[in-house]
Ligand binder design. Sequence first.
Ligand code: GDP
Length: 306
Amino acid sequence: MNYQWYPGHMTKARRMMQEDMKLIDLVIELIDARIPFSSRNPDIDELGKNKQRLILLNKADLADERRTEAWADYFRKKGFYVVKLDARAKNGMKTVGSMIAEACREKIERDRKRGIKNRPVRAMIVGIPNVGKSTFINTYAGKACAKTGNKPGVTRGKQWIRLNKDVELLDTPGILWPKFDDQMIGLRLAVTGAIRDEILQTEEMALWLIGYMRKNYPGMLKQRYLIAEDGGTEENSSPENAEEVSGEWKKAEVALLAEIARVRGCRLKGDVPDYAKAAQLLIDDFRSGRLGRISLEEPEDAEKTK
Ligand code: GDP
């Protein structure tokens, strides 16, 4: 397995981001609410160290609400402003707007005392690929947004999107690359669709997901596929580490995948279950939210890997 993609692009992107940081007051970082730990690159903490920080827990519509709340608390305690979000929905944008204002209140006050009026807060969106950066910009700024740019000496050719009278957004989001320090991160990124499917076999992802769901969300597979999900809360039914991911599988997970194949008519010649097809179906159901609202990480997972 090779997780090292585009190292050249990464270095260049990082350098560009460093330059862009000089132009902004606030970093708006999107992470995936289902995997807040794995979808974050902690390098951003160094890059944005003197900036105000807002975290958007995006795709919250797909995530487990209780866990998303726990993650919001986790990041607030670390000093971030946090908003739970579905970037496709217009109605969350008001909350984002007021959070930006709150995060930058001090700066606005400082400007006012110095007699600087109407200088908008400048912000930049950052996040890993597919986390929803463009969706967020489109929903927030809409079609009506005015592009400003080329203000001599200030923006040096940068394009800014005027969100409202108080906020301007750099129109190109900063791309962060996920950190693949441990194989579990790669696995969670693959299951949520943040990285390309070729990196891991669909069956491996599906079997891991089945194990995770039996342990953390017992009954949900049964509800979706109308199959027997015996021993859903049984201890050690879920492979937790990478060896198990690429090695031996517990019979229970394989049996459940065979059940899904059976009820969904995924069959090869000779009435053999088509595991690959059933696995793809399960992963698609997970990614689209048809399985239900599921998160693959809790704040404790972040603390464990420190
Ligand atoms: P980018 O690479 O970070 O710019 O990601 P995109 O904005 O292209 O989004 C990637 C995919 O995620 C698209 O299919 C979006 O429709 C979807 N998406 C973005 N935000 C959300 C969200 O909050 N909820 C859900 N369910 N899907 C989202």
